[in-house]
Design a protein around this ligand. Structure first.
Ligand code: FES
Length: 404
């Protein structure tokens, strides 16, 4: 972690541990309208303002180990091919044949030397160029060079692949902002995916994501699993431009949440050994930089009242039986902890949907939720959000400057 960011973390954590009252200079946060989680109008605004414009975590470079490796990104009513080319470059393409729109790839992952359409066998090179069209003489005035695959913006930061459906979006690194300084000393680029699973949820994607934006629930929901390892009184939050955040929580006794894996780098900065440092990255991704590895979570909408949590268990590269056994146990532990949270989400959504709850109340410890909701309105454009669904901006002056 960059030195300035580290000093801020230490200073605010000391202040937080000494705090016994509501901070006198912090505002009361207005209620957040329930319609943001149920109203199709708001979901449509999110599509235009977030999902069609933001950088989205779509994959991990180690999931594409060699030229020809591919994986499909299948969220947001999209199907996108992530592929490593012969030149080793990772690219993204709409998984749509330029002839009549058949998907080119049907398997979620694999290896291909060309993309051959299963409908009429048009075939494309790994760089997206159309290479062969059966009976091409039947297509008058046809140029193959005009019919290459439609590319999607794709950039990689330290092994994490992001895509953006907006050709006019700024560079990924600019979007990530403070993430760059906060991850110094944590070897992200050496991580591999140990396991991967998805969970379908009967709630709006933001209701699920909220759960990971506060620690207020941990002593109640996870008394035997997470609470014994985390000093929740030490929980500190930094709010950054663009809706990104940094959380820090001191580990009780400095121990990790999980047993040490058989393989772990010895060059991880002390701050990550002593604290749980989590980085909610706008709009929908949650990193938690533990030395044993972490669950990388992405939250995707599947309609106003349904969503998908995509979990990748990220660890350190090795091919070792003990390590496989360790990650098998980690999967069970993760699913158990998640089940403690997940059992509440559909009922929360029901209350928001049926009018039993017309707005959400957030306190000081939950200010990250509010910052996240404010940012959604900023991205959509506040004037475009119907008045009855707006969040009143309150936290702009509480954001943290960048370290460099
Ligand atoms: Fe792909 Fe016809 S739709 S070749």
């Amino acid at each position: 972690m960059h030195e300035a960011a580290l000093q801020l973390l230490k200073r605010t954590m000391d202040d937080q541990l000494a705090r016994t009252e509501h901070p006198s200079d912090f505002p009361a946060l207005p209620p957040i309208p329930a319609g943001r989680y149920t109203d199709p109008r708001f979901a449509a605004l999110e599509k235009e303002g977030l999902w069609d414009r933001a950088w989205l975590l779509a994959g991990i470079a180690s999931e594409l180990p060699e030229p020809g490796s591919y994986r499909l990104f299948q969220h947001l009513d999209r199907s996108v091919i992530l592929s490593r080319g012969k030149d080793d470059r990772i690219r993204a393409f709409h998984n749509t044949c330029r002839h009549r729109g058949s998907p080119l790839l049907l398997e979620e992952e694999g290896r291909a030397s060309r993309f051959v359409c299963p409908y009429h066998s048009w075939s494309y090179a790994l760089d997206g160029a159309l290479k062969a069209v059966p009976s091409q003489h039947d297509f008058a005035c046809f140029e193959k060079s005009d019919h290459g695959l439609a590319e999607v913006r794709c950039e990689t930061y330290r092994g994490f692949i992001f895509i953006n459906f907006d050709d006019a979006a700024g560079p990924l690194r600019e979007f990530l902002g403070e993430f760059v300084a906060l991850t110094e000393g944590y070897p992200l680029e050496r991580m591999v995916v140990k396991d991967r699973f998805t969970v379908e949820m009967d709630c709006n994607w933001k209701i699920a994501y909220h759960n990971f934006l506060e620690i207020y629930h941990v002593n109640t929901v996870h008394p035997k699993t997470l609470a014994p390892h985390l000093d929740s009184r030490s929980f500190v939050i930094a709010l950054y431009d663009g809706g990104h955040m940094r959380f820090g929580t001191r580990k009780k006794g400095g121990v990790s949440l999980f047993e040490k894996p058989p393989v772990q780098p010895d060059d991880i900065a002390d701050v990550f050994l002593e604290n749980t440092v989590a980085l909610p990255t706008f709009p929908n991704t949650f990193f938690s930089l533990d030395p044993v590895g972490f669950n990388l979570q992405c939250f995707w909408p599947a309609g106003p009242n349904k969503s998908i949590m995509e979990v990748r268990q990220m660890g350190w590269a090795t091919d070792d039986d003990a390590d496989r056994e360790y990650w098998g146990e980690m999967r069970k532990a993760t699913e158990h902890i998640l089940s403690e949270d997940l059992c509440l989400f559909s009922s929360i959504q029901q209350s928001l949907r049926n009018g039993a709850l017309t707005s959400i109340v957030t306190g000081y410890q939950e200010r990250a939720l509010y910052w996240f909701e404010e940012e959604i309105d900023r991205q959509i454009g506040p004037d475009r959000v119907p008045r009855d669904l707006q969040v009143q901006p309150r936290l702009g002056s509480y954001s943290t400057p960048h370290s460099e």
